[in-house]
Design a protein around this ligand. Structure first.
Ligand code: PEP
Length: 249
């Protein structure tokens, strides 16, 4: 399977910067002489249309950073699946730890967001991961298995979803799990998905948390890694380009 490199721009930048960054990545990708992974950019809501406009008809896709589970209605400040599809999004991050922490998102809500996304034609990227305390007390695998159980809907197809393993202690901290730790969790995710459904191991499994131009190649070489979810480094042209270029398939 071709790997996926997703850039999560979070709440950063201006319209001019978003346009420039998207156009610069596109230029690099168009000039590439080797096969590249899928590349997905996730700007904040106000710049989705701007970035879609720049990337329309190209190999780079656009994703949103969150979505509301209802189709429409009195939900001030929220954005629906229909609206995201309408502006040209194909992907959406769901259950990012910053949403869970700052917006108190529960597994119940996350599952509803995933169901609504799939139903409306958006591909959700479910973000899961353990805290530092959970890792220290040996509970990481148990937490991951529970999150898969509680956050995922009963049924879905392999091409409708992606899973991003993002240990909370690695996001934005510069700390990265060892290859062995990443593989252990990825192996568990693949195993859990395979035991739930035929072809479950084909659901793309991504790693996220302090990925840099320096460490991307070693992570992308791991057997169960189908891609990366990149925060800070996806805002820097050279760094993100090197990460994309480090893909192995
Ligand atoms: C993220 O927030 O999804 C993330 C992976 O951030 P960073 O790469 O900055 O750790």
């Amino acid at each position: 399977m071709q790997q996926y490199i997703i850039g999560n721009w979070k709440m950063n930048g201006t319209k001019v910067e978003a346009k420039k960054l998207a156009a610069s990545f596109l230029k690099r990708i168009q000039e590439a002489t080797r096969p590249l992974p899928h590349v997905i950019l996730c700007p904040s809501y106000p710049y989705l249309s701007t970035v879609v406009e720049v990337l329309k008809g190209t190999v780079i896709q656009v994703g949103a950073q969150d979505v509301h589970p209802e189709k429409a209605g009195s939900f001030t400040g929220d954005v629906s699946v229909t609206q995201l599809v309408d502006v040209g999004c194909m992907y959406v991050l769901v259950g990012h730890s910053e949403r869970r922490r700052h917006h108190f998102e529960t597994s119940h809500l996350i599952r509803r967001k995933i169901e609504a996304s799939i139903q409306g034609g958006l591909r959700p990227v479910l973000c899961i991961g353990e805290t530092a305390e959970e890792r220290k007390s040996g509970k990481a695998l148990h937490i991951i298995a529970n999150q898969l159980l509680s956050d995922l809907p009963e049924t879905f197809n392999t091409h409708q979803i992606m899973i991003a393993y993002e240990p909370l202690w690695a996001i934005g901290t510069g700390e990265v799990p060892t290859g062995e730790q990443i593989e252990e969790v990825m192996g568990l995710i693949k195993h859990e998905l395979a035991s739930r459904m035929g072809g479950g191991a084909l659901v793309p499994t991504l790693y996220g948390g302090s990925v840099t131009a320096q460490n991307a190649a070693a992570i992308l070489e791991l057997a169960h890694i189908d891609g990366l979810l990149v925060g800070g480094a996806s805002l820097k042209l050279e760094d993100f380009w090197q990460i994309i270029n480090a893909s192995t398939r």
